[in-house]
Design a protein around this ligand. Structure first.
Ligand code: AMP
Ligand code: MG
Length: 404
């Protein structure tokens, strides 16, 4: 058995970044930028008004206030999208809309709420602006030529907005990993098929496929394979022709019909490690075939998803990005019920976490079991109890993360 931190280190060491591809900017959220992006345009591209109001000369209004309004001659109106040829002279104001270019002569904008219409094409100003008020200067946000986004940046809708604002319609991103999923076991029946005595339904296949799809990975569902060494080997070979990552569930433990390890070796997969000091999930296998990563996941449905979040997801993120890391357990909460079990392995505990008076309260769901999917669905968080830790008591502090 190896330590889980060492297991993750070995996985990340083998997860080398995939090549880039080009996508439409509006499809880029969630993707990882391949290569640095430099600004080709100033943002904003011209001085413009941040408010609906009046473009004015602040020197004309030094004494203006509610108590002592100042009248200016209203000369014109500039709408967003216009490009004004008029300029603001002494004693004048030009009506201006948000986003419209600031005319020459004006050094500030007074918002419409601080003005009143006056007779005879004039406007009353109730406020003394400072030079620069409510003007968004060309290039104040982004300077042309500046570095905009670093290689490996995660593209969120904010970065999409930035790229679109720069006139980009396409962007280079790291290709998404292709992942194949195989469920092994003589006992498995496909969803929708009648359940003969002794059989159970394949829940690992749909669970893994959905875990992958919700994050946008390319998925090939290899369905169910019998506990037959040659059949498993053949399927592994088929899928390794396409996949960057192969996930095989079941058959990696020490049972008489656990053939996956042998079949993987025969298919040319080199073992990096087998068995990790965690509960659930101990039989986890990780191997490589060239640049391809192969996970042998335990058959138990809860173990499968714990191993997916702890080890497979970081690997997939590593394939997409240089900078991806594991989210880890970063919240702390107080245990409200005893969990009197010692363990020599890192234990993942399904919990119901609530928040009271600014404190997270962690109720450990009992009983816990690696096959208990109903139990897992009653939890909203996963806590971790380090290897060698003493039994948990009410009042102890544990680290947890949300199960989202
Ligand atoms: P194994 O690792 O093959 O010994 O399987 C461990 C446990 O997980 C057994 O109880 C299996 O029946 C169960 N199991 C294996 N594969 C699946 C699957 N695809 N869906 C649901 N349960 C499974
Ligand atoms: Mg099995």
């Amino acid at each position: 058995m190896i330590d889980p931190a060492e297991a993750l280190r070995l996985i990340m060491e083998h997860a080398r970044r995939l090549p880039p591809e080009t996508v439409w900017v509006e499809d880029a959220a969630g993707r990882v930028l391949a290569g640095e992006v430099t600004a080709t345009e100033d943002l904003p591209p011209f001085d413009n008004s941040a408010m609906d109001g009046y473009a004015v000369r602040s020197a004309d209004l030094a004494s203006a206030s509610e108590a002592s309004p100042v009248e200016l001659a209203e000369r014109d109106i500039i709408r967003a999208g216009d490009f004004p040829s008029v300029s603001v002279g002494p004693g004048e104001a030009i009506r201006i809309m948000t986003g419209a270019p600031v005319p020459s002569g004006a050094d500030s904008v007074v918002m419409v709420e601080r003005t009143r219409p006056a007779a005879g094409g004039r406007v009353t100003i109730l406020h003394a602006p400072r030079a620069g008020d409510h003007i968004r200067r060309a290039g104040e946000d982004v300077r042309r030529g500046a570095s905009l986004l670093a290689d490996g940046a995660l593209l969120r809708p904010y970065e999409v907005a930035l790229l679109a604002a720069q006139g980009r319609v396409e962007v280079a991103v790291t290709r998404r990993p292709r992942v194949a999923v195989l469920a092994t076991g003589d006992e498995l029946a496909a969803a929708g098929a009648p359940l003969a005595p002794g059989k159970i339904r394949n829940s690992n296949g749909p669970a893994l496929v959905s875990a992958l799809r919700r994050r946008g990975f390319e998925v090939r569902d290899g369905g169910i394979v019998r506990d037959d060494r040659e059949a498993i080997r053949g399927k592994i070979r088929d899928h390794l022709g396409w996949a960057d990552v192969l996930l095989v569930s079941g058959g990696v433990s020490v049972g008489d019909f656990d053939f996956c390890k042998a079949a993987l070796e025969e298919a040319g997969v080199r073992e990096v490690f087998w068995k990790v000091a965690i509960k659930p999930g101990k039989p986890l296998f990780f191997g490589v075939s060239g640049d391809r990563l192969v996970f042998g996941l335990p058959g138990n449905p809860v173990s499968v998803l714990v191993c997916f979040d702890e080890f497979v997801r970081p690997a997939l993120e590593g394939l997409e990005s240089k900078s991806a890391g594991h989210t880890g357990f970063h919240l702390a909460g107080t245990v409200v019920n005893d969990y009197p079990k010692e363990t020599d392995r890192r234990r993942y505990l399904f919990c119901e976490v609530t928040r009271e008076d600014g404190e997270f309260l962690v109720r450990i769901v009992r009983p816990q079991g690696s096959g208990m999917i109903g139990m897992a669905c009653r939890a909203n968080a996963l806590a971790v109890h380090p290897a060698g830790g003493r039994p948990l008591r009410k009042g102890d502090v544990v680290e947890f993360r949300w199960l989202k």
